[in-house]
Design a protein around this ligand. Sequence first.
Ligand code: GLY
Length: 374
Amino acid sequence: MNTQANWAEKAWRQVVEKIEKTSIDIGASFPNGSVNGRYNRSPAHDWVAGFWPGLLWLVYQETQNERLKDLAVQCEQQISRTLWEFDALHHDVGFMFGLSSINQYKLLQDEEAKRHGLMAASLLAGRFNPAGGFIRAWPNWGGEDHSGWAIIDCMMNLPLLYWASKEIDDPRYRLIAEIHADTVLREFLRADGSVHHIVSFDPETGERRGALAGQGYAADSAWARGAAWALYGFALSHTYTGKEKYLVAAKQVARFFLDHLPADSVPYWDFRLPADAEEMPRDSSAAAIAASGLLDLASAVSEEEGSAYRQAAELILRSLHENYGAWDEDEQGLLLHATGYFAADIAVDAPLIYGDYYFAEALLKLKNNGLRPW
Ligand code: GLY
């Protein structure tokens, strides 16, 4: 057995062991960020709700642990009920339903879960603004007008639309996803491969109003997790459509991401922090997301190019495993040192459930030679 296989197998076994243990406490709920070793919980309509059932499915499909399957099914029941909490929902139904309902449909051939996925896709398609060619991200939370806001994270929600189009043999959802992805190519991606977090448009005319800092340091900075969403999201749009322009964009973002990593391959929470910033926490979740995206990118290009992306992903994952993994600690999270939302002081330098999910997902891809789990 080669060294890579040894390392990844061992890390995967640690993930399985830990999830089997923490699932006893976490149960069918929705962990978000960890404080003092314990995950706090979010409601089922929160954008993070899919990551715990997603993790449970990753482990279940390798171990056939029925207890984990039952918990994932119970999570799906709660998430699917949020379809009737329409005004609390948002564009992240892609993460929520993709990782719960669609996984459940694919793994258990559950037709009811498939219908939930299709309803969520219709809801996401309903957020499309034809004037600006973008999917609106959020409702007007906190009284702020978000009617013209699109955000980079939405690239990760587009697979819900690609899936729905294929499932019901109707191009409408895919066409909406492609128009949104083209808007992101044009309005979010900078020449150096970095991206904006939020771009605001006039919701009536579609005219671009400007970029906003969002969860990044500034409007012209480079939020690390935003770059990771863009890298992985463009790679996914290429996988689902076969269109070269999305592959070119994914490579551009990957170059920026990899060229700006510090020595241990895990980024600070923003790639453009001022040199005298007092606090510079890392974002291990951005590293995990990027690693998983790089492994998809590796499968989409020539053998030679692919092996460079695979090596970069492995370097990141090994560093996460060795330097950021909470393997022997009294801590429910898998990865330490992620940053949720620095400016709002939410989950700074803490484990985050999406960091855990993408670490496990990427590890499985690495261990299984780039093959997606299902
Ligand atoms: N989608 C929100 C985040 O990445 O924090």
